[in-house]
Design a binder for this molecule. Structure first.
Ligand code: FMN
Ligand code: 173
Length: 384
């Protein structure tokens, strides 16, 4: 076995010396064990969804309705899983999704996940709601590939300043999240009155930003409530529209990707507005309750715009088979959210690395055993 699948051999061989993996290799089982490790606030902040949780369930049900049809005697023993997406070379078509406030899961937060991702060459997408600054995460990420996720602040000077810092710190691609201009009704968080930002977690990027600080009379550590208030005002987006996208182009010289697309008309608008890619995502079911499963809309969006822009996918990826399914339906790459967040909760950098290696090994083996040597060989005919 080659590549990521070698993690399987490594685990079995270590077993001969009496060693077992740091925690489960079943990524679908991580939520349960994270619940035992985390307090109810952080656990439900990650695991919860909008409203009744119907969209979280719809995301998984969409995967369950699609099945892989394996092919035999095609010599898929050697696989090449690498892809180039928007100018970034990926060892496999997988990125770490932007996940904010990671220090609620482990004190090393984004630094740990950046280090784990860099070890494997997997890109991170750093959230605007990071618990560490852009520059701190860039240092942890080292030579690792890194993209930056923007929550678009209402103040253009703050926006330009954050983008400037991200570019200077080696972030190559900009991912603009459109679906979270305010937080959804999230009963699991509301019942506990648990919101990390109001405790100044996930505010490191603006709090360390000169343009943000210029709008404050006192530094954030001298008047925390005021700084938090300004943070809320800045990131509760009121005034965004399609015709404002050129502003981002002016302030970013790399590829621009819109995250949170679910409707084909919005996918077409994204293309018309000249962006380079989209992420078909419903934010892991955290924003609109009762929404369609993200995988359900992927094929129609790929059919509408897949020739013009790179279509990425997230929401519900938990196994190697899920990655195969999303790629077969036309995604160029997938983003993984909660699984790596649970890995972080289980053991910082080592935990994220273990989750990523498990998921990638599972993907590698599922590719081979279903008769596919590379992502390019996957199409709708691989599925039923
Ligand atoms: C705890 C948590 C925090 C998140 N924070 C952000 C964020 O700051 N920015 C963003 O664009 N998406 C954020 N997301 C959404 C993820 O990027 C991604 O769309 C989603 O987690 C994918 O679904 P999955 O968790 O089922 O893989 C967050 C998700 C979780 C679970
Ligand atoms: O919780 C989320 O889903 C999310 O995207 C977010 C929004 C603002 C700050 C941190 C995370």
């Amino acid at each position: 076995m080659t590549g990521f699948a070698s993690y399987q051999n490594e685990i079995y061989l270590q077993g001969l010396g009496g060693q077992v993996p740091p925690f489960t290799t079943d990524v679908t089982g991580l939520e349960e064990s994270a619940r035992e490790r985390l307090g109810p606030g952080p656990f439900w902040y990650v695991a919860g969804g909008a409203g009744s949780g119907a969209t979280v369930r719809a995301n998984r049900e969409a995967f369950d309705r699609v099945r892989i049809v394996p092919r035999m005697l095609r010599d898929a023993s050697e696989r090449h899983l690498g892809v180039t997406v928007l100018g970034t070379e990926l060892p496999a078509p997988v990125l770490l999704a932007p996940v904010g406030v990671q220090s609620i899961l482990h004190p090393d937060g984004e630094l740990a996940s950046a280090r784990a991702a860099a070890e494997l060459g997997v890109p991170i997408v750093l959230s605007t709601a990071s618990s560490y600054s852009i520059e701190e995460v860039a240092e942890a990420s080292g030579d690792g590939p890194r993209w930056f996720q923007l929550y678009w602040p209402n103040d253009p000077d703050v926006c330009a300043s954050i983008l400037d810092r991200a570019r200077k710190a080696g972030f190559t691609t900009l991912v603009v999240t459109l679906d979270t201009w305010t937080l959804a009704w999230r009963p699991r968080d509301l019942d506990q009155s648990y919101l990390p930002f109001l405790r100044a977690v996930g505010t490191a990027i603006p709090f360390s930003d000169p343009a943000f600080r210029a709008g404050l009379e006192k530094a954030p550590d001298e008047d925390l409530p005021m700084a938090i208030l300004r943070w809320v005002q800045l990131f509760t987006g009121k005034d965004k529209s399609w015709d404002m996208l050129p502003f981002l182009r002016e302030h970013w010289d790399g590829p621009v990707v819109l995250k949170g697309i679910q409707h084909i008309d919005d996918a077409r608008k994204a293309v018309e507005s000249g962006v380079d890619g989209i992420v078909v995502s419903n934010h892991g079911g955290r924003q609109v309750d009762g929404a369609v499963g993200s995988l359900d809309v992927l094929p129609e969006i790929v059919a509408a715009v897949g020739e013009q822009v790179d279509v990425l996918f997230d929401s519900g990826i938990r196994t190697g088979a899920d990655i195969v399914k999303a790629l077969a339906l036309g995604a160029k790459a997938v983003l993984v959210g909660r699984p790596f967040a649970y890995g972080l909760a289980h053991g910082g950098q080592v935990g994220v690395r273990h989750v990523l290696r498990s998921l990638l090994a599972d993907f590698d083996l599922t590719m081979g055993l279903s008769g596919h040597r590379s992502p390019a060989e996957l199409g709708p005919d691989a599925l039923r």
